[in-house]
Structure formats: structure tokens, C-alpha cells
Design a protein around this ligand. Structure first.
Ligand SMILES: [Zn+2]
Ligand SMILES: [Zn+2]
Length: 357
């Protein structure tokens, strides 16, 4: 049994091409789900982060560049791929993927039936990172948007400014004989951080989780700077003054001991809130995000010209209220998209506690 959940826009006279069910976003006419959180027959996957791409479905459709990451994370399944803008028809419903600019292969899903167009954003970022594909707002009747950083306090610096800060920090560490440990998600952030520091040290080392993603991307034909995997045999002499990129799950674990003396820099949008830098016990926080900031979300919603906006995944109540107050019909929808990992959940909750009063 499916149940429509958490949807508060009056739906009486309003045709829901995509419904919000307890398995995920569902298009009944097309017979598919988008980023379902339970196993389904047919899943369209926006990108390879664990809260969007879950194992157990019978068939998957994703962007060509997302496939190697799904194979790595979900194992062998039936994967159909599409390029951006390549139409795929499912029971008369026209589906196409559009760049979301979030991580490699990340896509918005455009769904069209009987002249009605819905777009599901997945996660997105409006700044072009040179790796993920340049985000494009897509004109539609109804837009389902994320709102991870949907608070006015989130206002990113440009990528080049943050990269310069990271490079400067690495130099400082090197002058003190320290290893620079940069904490970044293995899919997306790690590749951006690697681009930022590729010329800053002789050796760039990565944690095994990042190594696996790196290899999968290289094998799929992506060009990325060379890195070395940290192993038990990595000589300490090579680590001095070097750069290590590690995922949040490794931060604060005994695995880090090897790098002594070292400094930890966390690369995450949550670092815009000073309290999170402190709580993470980080020496530095770099607010480098793979999501749109407040203005990015707002400009995107306007650029879609959507008459209805469903807000999910983040600060949905704040953002949907703001849209309604500004003449755009919006409703919040509860989904099971969340953070990539535990630490991010904590950061997010802490921000919610502090920022929403
Ligand atoms: Zn994501
Ligand atoms: Zn997400």
C-alpha cells in the first residue's frame, strides 16, 4: 500500500504527476520512483550519495557518469544510463536528466506527461565546479527542490576564494612541519578538494574510501590528479608536510594518529557556522559546499517559473514559508533524504537548534 505523505498543498483540483509516498517520489503513470528509500521495481537515481541511491531495487536509471559510482556502492544491478537531455520514455511519460552541478553525474529529473512538466532537483549547486557539469535551471510547472542550506545565513564565498584559503592553510602547516588532513565526502567534495590542492604538495594521500571512488572515476574515463592510497606501509617520512584527504567517518579515529603532527581542516557548508568547527574539534573549517546557498535556491526557484514548489530535504519549513510570503505557492514535503553521514546529521541539527529560534 502506498500512502501519500506530508503534502500540504491543496491537491483537490491539482494533478500530481509525482506523488510523495512512503517509498519515495512516485510517478504512477510512468511506473517509476525517483531516489526511493525502499526497494522498488524501477528507480531513477539523481546521484550516488547514500541518501539518494539505495540498494535493492530491481532496475535503475541514472546518468552515464553516475553508473560507475552506483556499481561501486550498490554492487551489480540492472543499470540503464542516459546522457543529459536524452529522452527516455516510460509508459508515455517523457523523462530526461539535466545537470544538477552537485557531484559527478548528478542530475535533476525532468518528467513530462500530457503537457505537464515536473522537475525533481535532487541535490544541486549553482556554482560550476568544473567537475559535476554546469547546473541549469529547467522551466517547469512544478519544481521539487532540496533546501539543505535553506536559511539566509548560508551565503557561500566563491570556490576560488575558498580554494585560496585552503592553499594558504596548507602552506602554513607545511612551514610548521605538519601534515594537512582535509576532511571531505568521498563522492564530490574529495574530488573538488583534490583539484584545489593538487599543486600544493609533492604527495597527496587519500583514505581508502576516497581511493575507491577515485579509481572508479578514473576507470570510467574521468581525469583526476594522481593520488596515493594510505596503507599500513605508508612511510611516515613521506607524510611530513603532505596532504591527506579523508572522509568524515575517519575524522577523530585512531587512523589519524599516523599523521602526527597534523592539522585538520573540515570542508563542508556546515562550517559556515563557527560552532560546528569547534564541535568537530577541527583546526580549520572551510565552507565549501556542494549545495546551493540561500540565494542559489531562491534564484533557481524563480528561474524555473514553476507555479508550484515542493520543498524537501533540509530547512523546508523556513524556505517554503519564505516562498509563500513572496508569492510563490510552496509546500514542504517530508522525505528520507538526509545527510551523507552521522557527523553531518549532527552539524545540521546543531544549526537547526541555534539558527531557528
Ligand atoms: Zn547529495
Ligand atoms: Zn541529499
Amino acid at each position: 500500500m502506498r500512502h501519500a505523505v506530508g503534502c500540504s498543498i491543496q491537491t483537490k483540483s491539482y494533478y500530481l504527476l509525482i506523488e510523495f509516498t512512503d517509498r519515495g517520489l512516485y510517478c504512477e503513470q510512468g511506473g517509476f520512483y525517483i531516489d526511493p528509500w525502499k526497494p522498488v521495481e524501477k528507480a531513477i537515481i539523481t546521484h550516488a550519495h547514500s541518501d539518494h541511491a539505495r540498494a535493492g531495487s530491481s532496475a535503475y536509471l541514472c546518468h552515464t557518469k553516475t553508473k560507475p559510482l552506483l556499481e561501486l556502492r550498490l554492487g551489480n544491478h540492472q543499470y540503464q544510463t542516459a546522457e543529459w537531455n536524452e529522452p527516455v520514455f516510460m509508459n508515455g511519460v517523457k523523462v530526461s536528466l539535466r545537470p544538477a552541478g552537485h557531484v559527478i553525474g548528478s542530475s535533476q529529473v525532468r518528467v513530462e506527461y500530457n503537457g505537464e512538466v515536473w522537475v525533481v532537483s535532487g541535490d544541486y549547486k549553482t556554482e560550476n565546479d568544473g567537475i559535476s557539469g554546469a547546473f541549469e535551471p529547467v522551466t517547469c510547472n512544478t519544481f521539487v527542490t532540496e533546501s539543505t542550506f535553506g536559511l539566509p545565513i548560508y551565503n557561500w564565498k566563491s570556490q576560488s576564494e575558498i580554494f585560496a584559503e585552503i592553499q594558504h592553510w596548507v602552506k602554513e602547516n607545511q612551514s610548521q612541519g605538519k601534515t594537512s588532513v582535509l576532511i571531505a565526502y568521498s563522492v564530490g567534495k574529495a574530488q573538488r578538494v583534490l583539484n584545489a590542492v593538487q599543486h600544493s604538495a609533492e604527495n597527496i594521500f587519500v583514505h581508502g574510501a576516497i581511493w575507491n571512488v577515485h579509481q572508479a572515476l578514473i576507470n570510467a574515463g574521468n581525469h583526476l590528479p594522481a593520488v596515493t592510497r594510505i596503507t599500513a606501509d605508508t612511510p611516515a617520512s613521506l607524510l611530513k608536510g603532505s596532504i591527506v584527504i579523508a572522509p568524515p567517518s575517519a575524522d577523530g579515529t585512531p587512523w589519524m594518529k599516523k599523521f602526527h603532527p597534523y592539522s585538520v581542516g573540515v570542508c563542508s557548508g556546515w562550517m559556515q557556522v563557527r560552532g560546528n568547527v569547534r564541535r568537530r574539534n577541527a583546526d580549520a573549517g572551510f565552507a565549501l559546499s556542494d549545495h546551493a546557498d540561500w540565494n542559489g535556491l531562491l534564484q533557481t526557484v524563480k528561474a524555473t517559473s514553476a507555479q508550484k514548489v515542493f520543498v524537501t530535504h533540509g530547512f523546508q519549513s523556513v524556505f517554503s514559508r519564505f516562498l509563500n510570503e513572496n508569492g510563490i505557492a510552496a509546500a514542504e514535503v517530508k522525505t528520507e533524504f538526509g545527510a551523507e553521514d552521522e557527523k553531518t546529521n549532527e552539524d545540521s541539527n546543531n544549526v537547526a537548534d541555534e539558527a531557528i529560534r
